[in-house]
Design a protein around this ligand. Sequence first.
Ligand SMILES: Nc1nc2c(ncn2[C@@H]2O[C@H](COP(=O)(O)OP(=O)(O)O)[C@@H](O)[C@H]2O)c(=O)[nH]1
Ligand SMILES: [Mg+2]
Length: 206
Amino acid sequence: MDSATSDQTSKPGQHLAPTITRSVKVLVVGAFGVGKTTLIGAVSEIEPLRTEEMITTASVGVDPVDGLQGKTTTTVAMDFGRVTLSPEMALYLFGTPGQRRFWDLWSGLADGAVGALVMIDTRHLEDSFEVLDQLELRTKTPFAVVVNQFPDAPKYPAERLRAALDLLPQTPIVVCDARDRTSAVNALITLVEHALTFPMFQKVLA
Ligand SMILES: Nc1nc2c(ncn2[C@@H]2O[C@H](COP(=O)(O)OP(=O)(O)O)[C@@H](O)[C@H]2O)c(=O)[nH]1
Ligand SMILES: [Mg+2]
């Protein structure tokens, strides 16, 4: 994981390095407004593909915006980006909408993915219950929980979050700032290392 860890602040070029031998798919999931688009934008070496639409009056009452006063767009399909984690490995990131009306997409999107980053905002923990339930129900994907630490959000010790979210002892919990590339790349490395503990992914990732 040298290239990402040695220089996480600057993004490598647009072009995929010729040394890359493994391309793996990772999902980025989480409730509305947790920072999925922000995280993919912060890490992606290619111009992230975004499919966002202005929040219209049609989504008022459907998409909660408490605490997200600056948020004027909502992801209607998904975000896509790429990050090179080592000279050999590139991750392709698929940010998938968290709203209930998109849940049916998840199983298809999870096909072939080695893992999912589940983003959490501790101001709206209850929104994460549904996301975790649906992820477990619709996919068999290993996941890591990433707390996107907003300044006014409560800070809980990892073990309290583990209990509140009913996570297994081995599920990683990391705190990150989705706007910060180093922090977001570290969260992705944690996820890949976790996925490596699953025998079915050892061939793909090692
Ligand atoms: N303070 C702070 N704001 C953030 C952070 N991550 C995202 N935001 C803001 O929170 C809002 C929601 O983020 P967005 O990435 O659109 O969420 P998504 O719905 O999960 O894609 C945006 O206005 C971001 O600028 C963070 O780590 N800290
Ligand atoms: Mg988004």
